[in-house]
Design a protein around this ligand. Structure first.
Ligand SMILES: Cc1ncc(COP(=O)(O)O)c(C=O)c1O
Length: 404
């Protein structure tokens, strides 16, 4: 039986009628950029996350870069983050001129270990970027306490964590700002790239909105004032509002920003999928619970099923295997797709060589990279497919087949 690591066509098939109607309507509206679907999506996402501002943008990497700039990261500022994440988390810090400082992870949640945070704080530290890896929320209570004590910002990389929550508050809304990715394999996925920043802070929202669109117009002038650039933007007063299609203020720029906008067709897709997100997250949770039950007596270190006051969104089901390569080879030979997230911890990536980290500097993250195997957990995985995956793993470890 061939079982892919994820299968985007299945979800498309299930939601086809709704998706195609929404995309067609969006095309017919011809407001391709920042159109009605984008505005509606932002309202719906803000309501879903119970947050004041949801600001869509081109992708999750841009979301991180824009938010870091809005939070005031300048050249040489240090931002503490985890080495056990996708490259973009730390790449964004470096891309805005900051210096990523890696702190080792907790062996259970695989997230930034707050017990090691204080030792990494220096006079140049500006903020902390926890990543809710695989959809498991980081220990935000401890991270926020330390951040408050040292007057640091907290930017959550929630790119893998839409739908996860802590004490009833959604991941991505627990710090000063949170960033999301709508990459096609994410739990809430576009038909291309997409991203979002969310925040309860009006000042950060204003600056993010300006930075994602060339720092232009009234919002650009307002953002520039917030950032301490002296501008009154008075020249805009005489320009009027335009006709809705042509905004005369758009061509007056106050900040060096970017072009990072979500297009309306992607927003239309995301609006449909958002309506199904909770149900699909529950399906992921049910698949995860089945794995945990069926693999409990194997030598695998399984992901935590229940963490206090926390619900995770199961972006990945990641097991730590003592024999990662052999297990992966057996699964792949049987036609089962697996994910190796992540083969190299970020402090040992060649691109970050200049930071001067060495092997064994962050042993928990290094051990996780050496052992992690992600199993298929997409919501449309069929029970008989999951049985097959479980059987192969049990056979690999010489255990009795549960379905026999
Ligand atoms: C943890 C994490 N951060 C950042 C990103 C970047 O998001 P995007 O691919 O939308 O730029 C991703 C996406 O893969 C991610 O998983």
């Amino acid at each position: 039986m061939k079982i892919p690591f994820f299968n985007l066509k299945r979800q498309y098939g299930l939601l086809q009628a709704e998706l195609e109607q929404a995309v067609l309507a969006s095309m017919r509206a011809c407001t391709f950029i920042e159109g009605d679907d984008v505005k509606a999506l932002e309202t719906e996402l803000a309501a879903y996350l119970k947050v004041k501002h949801a600001i869509t943008c081109g992708n999750g990497t841009d979301a991180l870069k824009i938010a870091l700039k809005a939070l005031g990261v300048h050249a040489g500022d240090e931002v503490i983050t985890t080495p056990f994440t996708f490259f973009a988390s730390a790449e964004a810090i470096a891309a805005v001129g900051g210096v990523p400082v890696f702190v080792d992870i907790d062996p259970v949640t695989l997230n930034l270990d707050p017990a090691r945070l204080e030792a990494a704080i220096t006079t140049r530290t500006r903020g902390i970027m926890p990543v809710h890896i695989f959809g498991v929320p980081a220990d935000m209570a401890s991270i926020n306490t330390i951040a408050r004590q040292y007057k640091l910002f907290v930017l959550e990389d929630a790119c893998q964590a839409i739908g996860a929550d802590v004490c009833g508050k959604k991941a991505g809304t627990l710090g000063d700002a949170g960033c999301f990715s709508f990459y096609p394999t994410k739990n809430l996925a576009a038909f291309g790239d997409g991203g979002m920043i969310c925040t309860d802070r009006d000042d950060i929202a204003t600056v993010c909105r300006a930075l994602k669109a060339h720092g232009s117009g009234r919002n650009g002038a307002h953002a520039a004032r917030l950032l301490g650039h002296t501008t009154d933007g008075e020249e805009l007063n005489a320009l009027g509002l335009g006709d809705g299609l042509y905004d005369p203020c758009k061509y007056y720029n106050y900040l060096i920003g970017d072009n990072s906008r979500l297009d309306s067709i992607q927003a239309a897709v995301l609006r449909v999928k958002l309506r199904h997100l909770e149900k699909l997250t529950q399906k992921r949770g049910a698949i995860a619970a089945r794995y945990t039950q069926a693999l409990a007596d194997t030598p695998l270190c399984l992901p935590p099923l229940h963490l206090p006051d926390t619900s995770q969104c199961w972006h990945q089901y990641c097991v730590l295997a003592p024999d990662k390569d052999a297990l992966t080879a057996d699964l792949n030979a049987a036609g089962i797709g697996t994910g190796a997230f992540y083969p190299v911890p970020l402090h040992l990536q060649k691109a970050f060589q200049y930071l001067g980290y060495r092997k064994d500097d962050l042993p928990v993250a290094e051990a996780a990279c050496a052992r992690s195997v992600c199993l298929p957990v997409f919501p449309e995985l069929k029970p008989e497919e999951q049985d097959e995956i479980v059987s192969i793993i049990r056979r690999h470890y010489g255990l009795a087949d549960l379905t026999a």
